[in-house]
Design a protein around this ligand. Structure first.
Ligand SMILES: Cc1ncc(COP(=O)(O)O)c(C=O)c1O
Length: 388
């Protein structure tokens, strides 16, 4: 199998699995228990918190473990609003993940005004439009992702956060696709809240963290116990937290060496150039100069991405489409729509996302077989008629 869908999820690193194993077995204590078994779990959770804080450049007291990126995003948004009851405007972007978009849509039905800042054709944020809205004293929160899950495009979080701080607007960033791919130094970033998810950097699923900067006024989403310093009730998921700690330690070490990212970028570029040069009517979507190293979103213009996906899947190659089946028809994703890509290009967008486990041989195999696959598809499914 060739796995190029690492923005969906990554393989758990074998070291992470080994670190988790005892906590799924004999070390089953509740970290809140005062006996030895419980205290072993407490120490393991605190050790993991230390690793996560070291990876993200923050203080240990700023790390709140959550059930993943979705919970971290929801907690960031709802917890910020709860602490600012008078303010009714939320600023966001047109390309956010559903973990941010959907809570915002629900809030729009309860009296909040959601203003989505547009992006340009490369998927970059319109900073001038953001600057227009930031001075409004009714703005409760700005929530803007760091790296886009579909295109890999990175927003200039430093510049956006500096603007937000100038206007005293609270700033949350969904860094789920950035953490593990670019260094994060929360302490020196003009960011108040930041979400991450372990399964995007070779940790387990169902565990993530919300970072809340010290002295930020914010209210917990889940109440029900004193865990996480009364900021997230519920017995800690010890095996997953230990796994996240181990994955964070690996990610921090990897990112400290420039070769790590360089190697992934080199393979991504080899894949991208190979496809562009050998398959006609292809184009890269998203700002090529400001992208995470592992992602390329390529349009096979005139084809339906799902058709490409299914053909690749039959040959054990895993990639993703930038289109989702909604009520029987294939709609290009909101991200590609927000970038105003022409319909035939948006429909044919396929996301390839690599990891440190990706090999040059795998990339070369995809480059070798893709041209014939695409030409076969184009023969049997003439342009505009490729919907499976
Ligand atoms: C940008 C972004 N935010 C949030 C999430 C949700 O994270 P999780 O799967 O841990 O709930 C994802 C997952 O795909 C994502 O890509």
């Amino acid at each position: 199998m060739i796995y190029l869908d690492n923005n969906a999820t990554t393989q758990i690193h074998p070291e992470v699995l080994t670190a988790m194993q005892p906590w799924l077995g004999e070390k089953y204590g509740n970290p809140s228990s005062t006996h030895r078994l419980g205290q072993e779990s407490r120490q393991a959770v605190e050790q993991a918190r230390y690793e996560v804080a070291a990876m993200l450049g923050c203080h240990i007291s700023e790390v709140i473990f959550t059930s993943g990126g979705t919970e971290a995003d929801n907690a960031a948004i709802l917890g910020s609003l709860a602490a600012r009851p008078g303010k009714k405007i939320i600023l966001s972007s047109t390309v956010e993940h559903s973990a941010v978009r959907e809570p915002l849509m629900a809030l729009a039905n309860t009296g909040y005004t959601i203003i989505e800042i547009p992006v340009d054709g490369r998927g970059q944020l319109n900073i001038a439009a953001l600057e227009e809205h930031l001075p409004n004293p009714d703005v409760a929160l700005l929530t803007i992702m760091w790296a886009n899950n579909e295109t890999g495009v990175m927003f200039d979080i430093q510049a956006i956060g500096t603007l937000a701080a100038k206007h005293h607007v609270l700033f949350h960033t969904d860094a789920v696709q950035a953490a593990g791919k670019v260094p994060v130094a929360f302490a020196s970033l003009p960011v108040d809240l930041l979400s991450v998810s372990a399964h995007k950097f070779h940790g387990p699923k169902g565990i993530g963290a919300l970072l809340v900067k010290r002295r930020t006024s914010w209210q917990p989403l889940l109440r029900g116990g004193p865990q996480e310093r009364e900021r997230r009730g519920g017995t800690e998921n010890v095996p997953a937290i230990v796994g996240m700690g181990a994955a964070a330690r690996r990610a921090a070490t990897n990112l400290a060496s420039p070769e790590y990212t360089h190697h992934i970028a080199m393979l991504r570029d080899r894949l991208e150039n190979g496809i562009l040069s050998r398959v006609p009517d292809t184009a890269v979507n998203g700002d090529p100069l400001h992208r995470v190293a592992n992602t390329t979103n390529i349009s096979f213009t005139g084809l339906e991405a799902q058709a490409v996906l299914m053909l690749l899947s039959q040959h054990d190659i895993c990639v993703s489409a930038g289109a989702a089946c909604s009520s029987g028809s294939l709609e290009p994703s909101h991200v590609l729509r927000a970038m105003h890509l022409a319909e035939p290009r948006a429909h044919g967008a396929v996301r390839f996302s690599l990891s440190a486990f990706t090999t040059a041989a795998e990339v070369d195999r995809v480059i070798d077989i893709l041209p014939q696959f695409i030409s076969r598809l184009r023969d049997v499914l003439p342009a505009g008629n490729s919907r499976p």
